[in-house]
Write a protein that binds this ligand. Structure first.
Ligand SMILES: C[S@@+](CC[C@H](N)C(=O)[O-])C[C@H]1O[C@@H](n2cnc3c(N)ncnc32)[C@H](O)[C@@H]1O
Length: 252
């Protein structure tokens, strides 16, 4: 397949997928967000009352609404016009969130040093130019501000990874291949009418790009399900075998 990596095409792909994607989301996001990402993000964020927060790649906006309800002053951007429509429809009028259509790789309508915290949940692996997005996040943060982002774990979710199973479907072990490939790949599990594209990079590339941008790494988390979540969703027991996600907390 010849993949079209232009921004307009990427926006069209997300526009087409936006309704299907949003259907899985409650006010806690989808199941993986509820079990793995939300607890990690919230513990890394701490108290955000009166903080200026940017939700970078907000999707249908569940995080923006949680941030607002936690007392933050919230701006949210997404490059998909359909996603922005959905998030506005889902946001009650008394939640004063500044939703904008914008590309995380170039947020020139937002001013330098204007946010205390930027959160980008499961967006960075969508970006063709993640280095530009990191530069934008750095520019937008006040000195001492934090940038928290989550991605698919680059060491385990690669262009060729998945369970090795017996004929009867028993999961033997998780296979990883093509780790050092850096570039675009199709995510077979995502997308209905059109396949969604992700970008794989090695852990080294992520860390060095962040350091070269000027960030200090404050924390890295590979989320595991808590006891409470396992009680609620026992099938996540298998997530103690390898990590699906990685979350970074950076400081400017
Ligand atoms: C996997 S969804 C995550 C949405 C949201 N952060 C959440 O946790 O529910 C990725 C979102 O990022 C948006 N996105 C991808 N690349 C983007 C870019 N360059 N600029 C702005 N938004 C982008 C997509 O339109 C989509 O809404």
């Amino acid at each position: 397949m010849k993949q079209n990596l232009g921004t307009e095409e990427a926006i069209k792909r997300w526009d087409t997928f936006a309704d299907t994607y949003s259907k899985n989301h409650t006010e806690q996001g989808d199941l993986h967000k509820e079990v793995f990402l939300n607890p990690t993000l919230f513990s890394l964020m701490g108290n955000i009352k009166n903080k200026k927060v940017l939700d970078a790649g907000c999707g249908e906006g569940y995080l923006s609404r949680i941030f607002y309800k936690s007392g933050a002053i919230v701006t949210a951007v997404d490059y998909s016009p359909r996603m922005i429509e959905i998030t506005k429809e889902r946001t009650p009028n008394d939640l004063l969130i500044d939703y904008r259509q914008g590309n995380c790789e170039d947020l020139n309508t937002l001013e330098d040093n204007s946010f205390d915290l930027i959160v980008s949940n499961m967006v960075i692996q969508d970006l063709a130019n993640y280095d530009k997005a990191f530069q934008e996040m750095y520019r937008l943060l006040v000195d001492g501000g934090s940038f928290i982002f989550s991605i698919l774990h680059p060491c385990f979710i690669t262009p060729k990874s998945g369970w090795e199973k017996t004929e009867s479907g028993e999961k033997l072990h998780w296979n990883v291949d093509n780790y050092f490939y850096e570039g675009v790949y199709e995510q077979p599990a995502l997308g209905d009418k059109e396949k969604m594209l992700f970008f794989h990079r090695t852990l080294t590339s992520y860390v060095n790009t962040l350091i070269n941008t000027g960030f200090t790494i404050e924390s890295i988390v590979e989320p595991k399900p808590s006891k409470e979540m396992l009680k609620k969703y026992p099938s996540f027991e298998e997530d103690f075998r390898c990590a699906d996600f990685m979350v970074f907390k950076l400081k400017k």
